[in-house]
Design a protein around this ligand. Structure first.
Ligand code: PLP
Length: 399
């Protein structure tokens, strides 16, 4: 056996990416069903159950539209259904995904204003308030926020954004990307006054990639009626006129819906509060491990602001001169553990540990053990005993 790569890898791969995530066996079994007409009353019952279940997880009783497509589809649908060419949006910078969403809006001739942020500390709410207060003409039509920035491992407190908008008496729509927060972090669309919510199937919802959606408030629907950007497949008005689904266009991916129904059942079974608590507890174990590795000038938490730690993904910042890809290569090639890589300017500088979805202590410890071994194999300086610290946390506290 070579020092870094066995000839074959046995056992199930430990999947520690921040999305897609592990798909529970019961979801895989649920998907494994014969085709059914997507207009069949039996399937419509499943469809309606999924819509109701998603609304429960989103915390909304308002509108929901769904698409065949990954998160990018929901991003694009949200922009094109709510805005007109030349409209201005305010994007709270968080990292790679806030930048991508902004680039997409700009490609649709939307004017993008940004509240710049230190990616390691997270956006400063005083700067958000300042940008809103300075917009006396109310030319900003929408404030766009990535709730949990998957590239950096920081979240943005949405209630504080809402408060800043209310205090500034700013009428803009509040649009939120929950792709790596829904089903992991606390999220309440209606209670928090959010107008558009972008979500996808493949992270906290524990399903295969390929189904995404936008939840929309009544205020958002009023804006939709005025919006003039070109759309067709994504057009919510066309969807509303398409019974029996009234929130989908084209062939509905029926097997994906069987999967979603089961994953929503699992979420209901656990209860959203317990689910959020489990994510926090598992995330804390990961952070404790990384904090120990940071000794000896080793890799450290990318997030330097404990108030913004993400409970669904941790980005690990490599010491100068060390390559994050070397860690990922050993983890994948020798220990069959898949980690996320650095995105955009963080390529090679961070690796990411996903800790969301269908996950328990032993799975997290397996991934952490592989990381700690990989640091040794790749000869990257680090403090020893990160896994021990995570074990202590899991042994001495409870979700
Ligand atoms: N937004 C966030 C926060 C994401 O993490 C991702 C993907 O990881 C996206 C948007 C884009 O979604 P997708 O890759 O499913 O198109």
């Amino acid at each position: 056996m070579s020092a870094t790569k066995p000839k074959v890898l046995r056992g199930r791969q430990f999947f520690a990416n921040p999305g897609p995530t592990n798909i529970p066996d019961s979801v895989l079994r649920a998907i494994d069903r014969p085709t059914i007409d997507f207009h069949d009353p039996d399937f419509i019952a499943v469809y309606n159950e999924v819509v109701a279940g998603l609304k429960r997880v989103l915390g909304t009783s308002q509108h929901l539209f769904m698409y065949t497509g990954s998160g990018h589809a929901a991003w694009e649908a949200t922009i094109t259904n709510l805005l007109s060419p030349g409209d201005t949006i305010l994007v709270l910078e968080s990292g790679y995904f806030s930048e991508e969403w902004a680039r997409m809006a700009a490609a649709h001739a939307v004017e993008v204003r940004t509240v710049a942020a230190d990616w390691r500390r997270g956006v400063d709410m005083a700067q958000v308030a300042k940008a809103l207060n300075e917009d006396r003409a109310h030319s900003i039509r929408a404030v766009c926020v990535v709730h949990n920035e998957t590239a950096t491992g920081l979240f943005i407190p949405l209630q504080e954004v809402r408060r800043a908008m209310d205090e500034a008496k700013h009428p803009a729509l509040l649009l939120v990307d929950t792709i790596s927060s829904l089903g992991s972090l606390e999220f309440r669309m209606d209670a928090w006054g959010i107008d558009g919510v972008v979500g996808g199937s493949q992270k906290g919802l524990m399903c295969p990639t390929g189904t995404s959606f936008t939840a929309v408030s009544d205020k958002g629907m009023a804006a939709h009626k005025e919006s003039k950007l070109a759309r067709f497949y994504f057009d919510w008005t066309r969807m509303l006129g398409r019974p029996p689904h009234n929130s989908f266009i084209g062939t509905v991916p029926v097997n994906a819906f069987y999967g979603l129904r089961e994953s929503l059942r699992l979420i209901d079974e656990e209860g959203i509060d317990d689910l959020v608590a489990r994510h926090h507890y598992l995330a804390e174990g990961v952070r404790r491990a990384v904090q120990v590795w940071a000794g000896n000038d080793g890799p450290q938490l990318f997030c330097t602001n404990p108030l913004r730690y993400s409970d669904s993904v941790t980005a690990v910042w490599m010491p100068d001169g060390s390559d994050a890809e070397a860690v990922r290569r050993v983890a994948r090639g020798r220990y069959n553990v898949s980690l996320g890589g650095g995105l955009g300017p963080l390529g090679g500088r961070v690796f990411r540990i996903g800790h969301l979805g269908d996950l328990n202590e032993a799975m997290v410890l397996g991934a952490l053990t592989a990381v700690e071994m990989s640091l040794r194999v790749a000869a990257i300086p680090h403090g020893r005993g990160g896994v021990e610290a995570a074990m202590a946390w899991f042994a001495e506290s409870a979700a």
